[in-house]
Design a protein around this ligand. Sequence first.
Ligand SMILES: Nc1ncnc2c1ncn2[C@@H]1O[C@H](COP(=O)(O)OP(=O)(O)O)[C@@H](O)[C@H]1O
Ligand SMILES: [Mg+2]
Length: 363
Amino acid sequence: MIELSQVTKTFPGATTPAVDRLTFSIDEGEVVVLVGPSGCGKTTTLKMINRLIEPSGGTITVDGQDVLSLQAHQLRRGVGYVIQQIGLFPHKTVGANIATVPNLLGWDKARTQARVAELAELVELPSDALSRYPSELSGGQRQRVGVARALAADPPVLLMDEPFGAVDPIVRANLQDELLALQSSLKKTIVLVTHDIDEAIKLGDRVAILSEGGHLEQYASPAEILRNPANAFVADFLGSDRGIKRLSLIPISSVQLDPGPVLPRSASKAEATAMMKRYDIGWAAIGEGTRVEGWFTAEDLVGHDTLERVSAREYQIKLRPDDSLREALDAVITSHTAVAAVFDGEKYLGMATVDEISREIVQ
Ligand SMILES: Nc1ncnc2c1ncn2[C@@H]1O[C@H](COP(=O)(O)OP(=O)(O)O)[C@@H](O)[C@H]1O
Ligand SMILES: [Mg+2]
């Protein structure tokens, strides 16, 4: 869908190129994240794809067409662009901001209005937001407006430059999730720039790691990069917690879960105590098969001969099979029970312990 071949950019007066003979290609419908330290040429590369910056050399094609041969309006229709710091027009309403490209393309009013309403719903803006001004929205909402504006003419390609840079970490995580959800239905070709390796790992089907001068150090799936960094630069950029990062890519469903210390109501106190001993923990769960009511501690057994009347405590954290092992590890560390109980809806599947999780890290 997008091909860069020997693309170079030397800014006027610069002695070395900002981007030096960069070659890579992006398939239709994939999310490619360009990541690297500040000043390595990420923004320059992105801007050359839609000709906000003219390359000094090399060729770039989008959907088979040389971008240098395309008219500005053709590029605008085919390539949506979300810029760093969002860049909404402050004196225009949110609705007018989203309508920017349809207006440039000369759509009639009814079509534009219908499209704006559709996009507001798609990115989950509150219904009254369209008549407000960008300054009256939260950072997360402004970010959604930026995405809606880029999607307005339904371009097959979306370029996003640090799209979540301006918001706090919680909003950022939500926006990342929303982008992934949106992408699973829209299936755009997305090139996203970030300096945040965790964001790259989370969002990218493939990740291009760049060093200064737009030098491509590695271009592969997040799992492959984490498993097998191409060189010392990449390993260093990934950081010392590379093993932990890998966990975020592995779903709980891919590991063999332990059935856990589960006993039926009919079990005796002695059986419960023996079970805790076997697992070397201070609690056990009440249930049978895939039905688990909750858990209890050794103290909860005082005054009981069986589990018949012991009250079951709720699991604070219930993990789902499609949660990652990194989430499981968080749960293990923060929960009272020191394990992560995994449920598929109401169905108890078992528990993940540090043993199961760490086995994946060392592999
Ligand atoms: N308009 C410009 N004029 C001159 N130099 C520029 C311009 N834009 C970027 N540069 C330089 O090009 C290099 C790459 O910049 P940029 O692509 O913005 O990096 P990144 O987005 O990876 O942080 C930097 O050294 C930067 O100073
Ligand atoms: Mg940049």
